[in-house]
Design a protein around this ligand. Structure first.
Ligand SMILES: Cc1cc2nc3c(=O)[nH]c(=O)nc-3n(C[C@H](O)[C@H](O)[C@H](O)COP(=O)(O)OP(=O)(O)OC[C@H]3O[C@@H](n4cnc5c(N)ncnc54)[C@H](O)[C@@H]3O)c2cc1C
Length: 461
């Protein structure tokens, strides 16, 4: 279908002011938080499932790509329109539809901002646990698409563990429900398949999420180390002693410096690494657990363990951690976040290799990550305008993922594959695996219109 005709048809489905087609709009929607770039043919901002369904039915009839978009904060090129098409932006579908405290569920539309929901629930004494560091901006639809994690996912699990059901628009515009409020739904686990599928199998237009009561008590500690190795060894020691803190986050010197320059969270600038260790749960027994953790830290040459004495101090520590990616922008104009996962015990070895890779390519690399999950986020700092340097960045990132895989880990902990890691998929999957994935994709998407060019590498010719 010719572009102008498509825009006209979309304006019959959605109020014309929510069909965006200016040069500026199309340029803006060609970006996300990755280094990739593309350009859609048109952007629509629907207000209901019915509108989404009619847009998708039109796209199916005309074989036009559809790209779902929340806030575009994904770090893997997941919302880049690599083949043009229609971007469906969910910013108007941002209603909390039902809070059902008796069943401990909340039903939301995909455009709800993660932190807005969490703040609303806190006032009622409940938590929606998955807390990506981008939660001030990210949407629940984007979290669903990426199966997002976050600091508290060590104890509570990632997004998929908190989505009970979803209303999904299928390739031809058909609307179905998967899962539901009960904990164990019969039949195929379509919800499980959809979460983390990066908008390549369909689009969620409503989600039923699980609530948990807020913990009675929280204790937050900052453990300060002179070596990254000691900090890493503490992480596996804590878990192997049978303690699962709510969070176990690590930050190295380079990142702490950037954070202190922007957020002033009180991190020690002369230390090699810090761990943010948070315990939550029943008050009873928590002091004993904290003492045990301090003992383990001491065994691993901790320099000091500071306890957040007030809510303000705790918030400062977290503001620093959650603002870390933004803060490194002070050091270089661009950064690429690698997102590899390794068994916790391999952290010291893999972190040393990451440092070697930085030296080999002469690129500064900072580390701030979900250490408890073994989920590394080496941040490679550079200047995107220098094309030669950009090439080195991609080589370094790929090498980092390779060493994660060689250490028994994998190529993504939470940021997805998108377009950015298509090549690295072959580090962990065989061509037969891809063939099987392609057969699932074609059952959900016979014309290949859902977010094309993402997740599964193209079939060999
Ligand atoms: C500073 C910073 C910190 C971050 N920290 C974390 C972190 O701690 N943990 C973490 O996991 N991620 C983190 N991220 C990555 C990112 O924020 C998450 O992936 C987030 O879930 C994306 O949400 P979004 O609304 O921006 O989604 P988008 O980027 O708009 O979309 C993400 C994917 O979901 C798909 N999608 C969007 N809406 C739907 C829908 N309704 N149905 C189906 N698919 C859909 C899109 O097509 C795309 O593939 C961070 C990013 C930044 C920039």
């Amino acid at each position: 279908m010719e572009r102008l005709k498509l825009i006209d048809s979309l304006k019959k489905i959605i109020e014309p002011e929510y069909v965006l087609d200016s040069d500026m709009d199309l340029t803006l929607y060609g970006y996300d938080a990755s280094l990739e770039k593309g350009r859609p043919d048109v952007v629509v901002v629907p207000n209901s499932t019915e509108e989404v369904s009619r847009v998708v039915a039109l796209a199916y009839k005309e074989k036009i790509p559809i790209i779902g978009r929340g806030s575009g904060t994904n770090l893997s090129g997941g919302t880049i329109p690599v083949k043009g098409g229609i971007v469906i932006h969910f910013s108007r579908m941002n209603r909390v539809l039902e809070v059902d405290l008796a069943n401990r569920t909340v039903t939301v539309e995909p455009g709800v901002i993660t932190l807005d929901l969490q703040n609303m629930l806190l006032k009622k004494g409940f938590l929606y646990a998955p807390d990506p560091a981008s939660q001030k901006v990210s949407t629940l639809g984007g979290n669903f698409g990426e199966n997002s994690g976050g600091p508290h996912c060590l104890k509570y699990g990632v997004t998929t563990n908190h989505v009970l059901g979803a209303e999904v628009v299928l390739y031809d515009g058909t609307i179905i429900w998967t899962g539901g409020k009960s904990q164990d739904n019969p039949g195929y686990d379509i919800t499980g398949l959809m979460v983390g599928s990066e908008g390549t199998l369909g689009i969620a237009t409503k989600m039923i999420l699980k609530l948990i009561p807020t913990p009675e008590k929280i204790k937050t500690m900052l453990a300060i180390y002179n070596t990254i190795q000691d900090a890493s060894n503490t992480v596996s020691a804590i878990i192997s002693e049978g303690i699962v803190p709510a969070t176990l986050e690590m930050m190295d010197k380079l990142v702490m410096k950037a954070v202190e320059d922007s957020v002033h969270a009180g991190y020690p600038l002369d230390a090699a690494a810090v761990l943010i260790i948070e315990l939550d749960g029943m008050e009873d027994g928590m002091d004993r657990q904290a003492e045990k953790i301090m003992e383990i830290c001491k065994r691993h040459q901790v320099r000091e363990v500071r306890l957040a004495e007030s809510e303000t101090q705790r918030n400062e520590l977290w503001a620093g951690r959650k603002g870390a990616f933004g803060a490194v922008a002070r050091l270089r104009p661009s950064y690429l976040v690698c997102d590899g996962t390794v068994p916790r015990t391999k952290l010291p070895e893999v972190l040393s290799k990451v440092i070697e890779i930085g030296e080999k390519y002469d690129l500064p690399i900072g580390n701030v990550f979900h250490a408890g999950d073994g989920n590394l986020h080496p941040l490679i700092l550079f200047d995107e305008r220098d094309k030669e340097m950009l090439l080195k960045v991609h080589l370094a990132a790929s090498e980092i993922l390779k060493i994660c895989v060689e250490a028994g880990g994998t190529i993504s902990g939470e940021h997805g594959i998108g377009t950015e890691k298509l090549k690295e998929m072959s580090f962990i999957f065989s061509e037969s695996d891809f063939e099987f994935m392609r057969s699932i994709k074609s059952a959900f998407d016979p014309y290949g219109i859902w977010n094309p060019g993402k997740v599964i590498p193209p079939a060999p010719v």
